[in-house]
Design a protein around this ligand. Structure first.
Ligand code: HEC
Ligand code: HEC
Length: 415
C-alpha cells in the first residue's frame, strides 16, 4: 500500500523528465535556426551523443536491487521509468514479467520466463545498437513491440486504398503517363511546380511572441516568488498541495494525502523530504524532478535555459494549431515546445528521457491561462507519461499569487 502511495506521489509531484538542471539557469548563446543543428536521437529526427548527464548513483552502486544482471549501469532514478517503459512497450503491466503472490510483489524473482526473455531482449538491443548503429539508440523495445508482447512482422492486407493525390500524380515525372489512381482522375490538375514551402517562423521569434503573450519581459523580471495551492488527480486518487517558490530555484511543497502529510523543500543547497518516515535528504535528480514538475522559472525564462532552438514545423494540440520548436540544453537533453499559432502561448512541453534501452517521453499540457499579477500562467497542467497505472495526471491550481512575501525558513531542511 505504502509503495502505491509513494509511487503516486512521484507521479503527482515530479516529472520523470530528462531535465537535469533547470537549477542554475545558464545564459548560453542561442543559435536559433542553426542549419547544422546536430542534436538528438534519430527517433526525434536527429543524431546522437553518448552519456547520461546524471551526477547520480547507478542502480549497481546503490545496491538496493537484489537481482540486476544487465541494467546495473542505469542511473538509479531511471529504473522505474524503464520498467514502466517495458510494460508499455509490451502493452502489459508489471505482472507480465514479475511474480505477484497474493498482492506481494517479488521483483527480484526470475520465476517468470518473460523476465528472462526480457533480459535476452535487453542484450539484443544493446548489441544491435553497438554493432550496427555505432552505439546510437536506434533500436529500442518500442521499435518492434509497439504495445504488443508479440510484435507483428507480416504486412496486414488489404492495404489502405490510396486516395488520389491532390493535383494528381504527385511524384510522377513530368510528362509520364498517369498511373492507377493518378492524374487520370477527371478534374485533376496537371502538376505544377511545387508550392515553395514557407520559411518557418524562427524559434527566437516564437519565444519573443510567447514572452509578450504572457505579459512581457518587464513583468516577468518582477517575479520574485510564487505561492499556490491546488490538487493533483491521477487514477482516481487526489492529493492536495501547497507550494512556495523563490528564485533562483528554491521551493517548498506540502502535500496532503490520505496517508498523511509529505513536505519537500530545497533552499538552493540542500533538498529534503519530511514524511511519517522522518526526514531525509533528496538527491540531485529528485530535486531536479521536483523543480521540473512545478516549473515556474523554466516556463518564464524559456530562452535562457536552452543552447539551441529550431522551429520544426506545425502540429495540432487538441484543436489548436501550434508551432513545434526543438529546444536543446545539450546533445542529450532535448525537448519539444508547442506554441499556439494564434495566441503565442506555450501549449505543450515534451521531455525525452534517454535511457540505455529506450527514449521515454513525458508530456506536459498547459491549459487555462489566467492573469496572475501581470503574468499569464496556466492553471491546469496535464501530465502524460509511460506509467500505464497513471497514464495521465491532472494538476489544477485553485489559487496562485506572485510576489507575496515568502518565509525563507520554509525552504530549509527541518532539524
Ligand atoms: C518486459 C518485462 C518486464 C516488465 C513488464 C517489468 N519488468 Fe521489472 N524487470 C525486468 C527485468 C528483465 C529485470 C531485471 C533486469 C536486470 O537483470 O538487469 C527487472 C527488474 C526489476 C526490479 C529490480 C528487482 C531486483 O531486486 O533485482 C524492479 C524493482 C522492477 N523490475 C520493477 C518493475 C515494475 C514496478 C514494473 C511495472 C511498472 C516492471 N518491473 C515491469 C523486466 C520487466
Ligand atoms: C528487433 C525487434 C525487437 C526488439 C527491439 C525487442 N523485441 Fe522483444 N520480441 C521480439 C519478437 C519478434 C518477439 C517474439 C518472439 C517469439 O514469439 O518467439 C519478442 C518477444 C518478447 C518477449 C516475450 C513475449 C511473450 O509473449 O512471451 C518479451 C518479454 C520481450 N520481447 C521484451 C522486450 C524488451 C524488454 C525489449 C527492449 C529491451 C524488446 N523486447 C525489444 C522483437 C523485439
Amino acid at each position: 500500500m505504502k509503495l502505491i502511495v509513494l509511487r503516486f506521489l512521484v507521479v503527482a509531484l515530479s516529472c520523470a523528465s530528462a531535465v537535469l538542471v533547470i537549477a542554475n539557469l545558464r545564459t548560453p548563446k542561442v543559435a536559433a535556426n542553426e542549419r547544422d543543428f546536430s542534436p538528438l536521437f534519430s527517433t526525434l529526427g536527429m543524431p546522437q551523443p553518448a552519456q547520461t548527464p546524471a551526477a547520480e548513483q547507478t542502480v549497481a552502486q546503490e545496491g538496493r536491487e537484489k537481482n540486476i544482471k544487465l541494467l546495473g549501469d542505469l542511473p538509479a532514478s531511471q529504473l522505474i521509468p524503464v520498467m514502466n517503459y517495458f510494460a508499455v512497450s509490451m502493452g502489459r503491466r508489471c505482472n507480465f514479467c514479475h511474480v505477484n503472490n497474493q498482492g506481494q510483489w517479488d521483483y527480484a524473482s526470475d520465476a517468470k520466463p518473460e523476465k528472462n526473455t526480457a533480459r535476452e531482449m535487453i542484450r539484443m538491443v544493446l548489441d544491435t545498437n553497438k554493432n550496427f548503429f555505432k552505439g546510437n539508440l536506434e533500436v529500442q523495445c518500442y521499435t518492434c513491440h509497439r504495445g504488443r508482447n508479440n510484435p507483428q512482422s507480416v504486412v496486414t492486407l488489404p492495404l489502405p486504398v490510396p486516395s488520389p493525390p491532390p493535383g494528381g500524380g504527385q511524384g510522377r515525372p513530368a510528362g509520364a503517363p498517369a498511373g492507377p489512381g493518378g492524374a487520370g482522375t477527371p478534374g485533376a490538375q496537371p502538376q505544377g511546380s511545387p508550392t515553395p514551402r514557407p520559411t518557418p517562423t524562427p524559434a527566437e521569434e516564437l519565444i519573443g511572441k510567447y514572452v509578450t503573450a504572457i505579459g512581457g519581459q518587464t513583468n516577468i523580471d518582477k517575479v520574485k516568488s510564487r505561492t499556490l495551492t491546488g490538487s493533483t488527480t491521477a487514477g482516481g486518487n487526489s492529493v492536495s498541495f501547497e507550494i512556495m517558490q523563490a528564485p533562483p530555484n528554491k521551493f517548498y511543497i506540502r502535500a496532503t494525502t490520505g496517508q498523511g502529510v509529505i513536505e519537500r523543500g530545497f533552499d538552493g543547497q540542500i533538498g529534503w523530504e519530511k514524511s511519517t518516515n522522518g526526514v531525509r535528504q533528496l538527491n540531485s535528480v529528485e530535486i531536479a524532478r521536483l523543480q521540473g514538475s512545478i516549473n515556474l522559472w523554466g516556463n518564464l525564462k524559456l530562452k535562457e535555459q536552452y543552447t539551441r532552438l529550431r522551429t520544426q514545423g506545425r502540429d495540432k494540440v487538441g484543436d489548436r494549431d501550434a508551432y513545434v520548436v526543438l529546444a536543446a540544453r545539450s546533445d542529450t537533453d532535448v525537448e519539444r515546445l508547442y506554441f499556439d499559432v494564434e495566441t503565442g502561448l506555450l501549449l505543450r512541453r515534451v521531455t525525452y528521457l534517454r535511457t540505455m534501452v529506450g527514449v521515454i517521453p513525458e508530456q506536459f499540457d498547459f491549459e487555462d491561462y489566467r492573469d496572475v499579477d501581470g503574468v499569464k500562467l496556466p492553471f491546469i497542467v496535464r501530465i502524460s507519461s509511460v506509467d500505464a497505472g497513471n497514464p495521465v495526471s491532472v494538476r489544477a491550481y485553485s489559487e496562485m499569487k506572485l510576489n507575496a512575501p515568502v518565509d525563507e525558513a520554509k525552504f530549509k531542511k527541518p532539524a
